[in-house]
Ligand binder design. Sequence first.
Ligand SMILES: Nc1ncnc2c1ncn2[C@@H]1O[C@H](COP(=O)(O)OP(=O)(O)OP(=O)(O)O)[C@@H](O)[C@H]1O
Ligand SMILES: [Mg+2]
Length: 318
Amino acid sequence: MAKIVTLTLNPALDKSTEVDQMIPEQKLRCSPMRLDAGGGGINVSKAIRKLGGETVAVFPCGGHNGNILCDLLHHDGIVVKTVPVDGEVRENVSVRDKSTNAQYRLTMPGLELSENDADQCLAVIGSLKPEYIVASGSLPPGLRDTYFEKVAAFAKSINARFILDTSGKALQAAADEGLYLLKPNLSELSALSGIPNLEMHQVDDAAMEIIRLGKCEIVVVSLGPQGALLVTPQGIEHIPAPTVKKQTTVGAGDSMVAGMVWALSNGKTLREVGRIGVACGSAATMNTGTELFKAADVWRLVEWIETYGERYQIKDFS
Ligand SMILES: Nc1ncnc2c1ncn2[C@@H]1O[C@H](COP(=O)(O)OP(=O)(O)OP(=O)(O)O)[C@@H](O)[C@H]1O
Ligand SMILES: [Mg+2]
């Protein structure tokens, strides 16, 4: 029995490199290519492993890239259960311009997936009898954009808590079915609540309304450098993010989700869940690219949030 299962319907092999400066037409000398397993749910599995937790990563897999992806995950001690599919797992390429520290992220279309392939992923998850199903990231071509609705219904049918971090129609559809926890950022919350360009003072009400409508039990609105808003039927709490030396925000969202799921599965209180989530997100911004975070940074930041966080909170401007 696996407690936490991650679902990545659009996995990727991430390739990253660096150049002194991005200049068109010229041949640019790159640093050695780094390979990482990528895709939302897979990132969550990697991050939970860094915190000392266990998951099973479920994803459709095909081609040489698929084999490399599995090897990388095995090397990191992550258990994988794949559904073999025709074709190649996509490659994403990111190039950092050292002169400006700008990241150029080239994202390829995903491996086309039929609904039957995706349903097989659900069957694998069912056989693992998880307590938590975590899905993150986009849907691949071939799959209808409301597929997460089916995942939400499936999670209910096996009594698993479904945690989803995605955007657009995919998010909307799953929320209409109902699930356990959502982690929208401001623009995702805006789309979900149908209020364009949500202002900060409207965030509490918009998140509460989502819970009131029965779309989910917990909403954690991530606010980038401002931390997050933890919203439950019991109340609302702002968790400030520590000020850190930011390298890149790549992987911050997935790291945050991972921290929260790890904390939930370890029986932490919801306040602790929110704090550990924010700490993981902020710790991820301290590293370059695909490294996610260092566990030591997470525990240091959790301590900071516990000690100083409340003191810095501005609860009332009046
Ligand atoms: N500049 C920053 N400084 C400190 N912490 C940050 C910063 N940016 C992000 N974080 C942390 O990461 C968490 C998630 O970030 P954010 O709200 O940007 O999520 P997101 O938009 O879903 O990101 P992603 O692009 O990874 O999907 C935040 O709640 C915060 O804890
Ligand atoms: Mg995100």
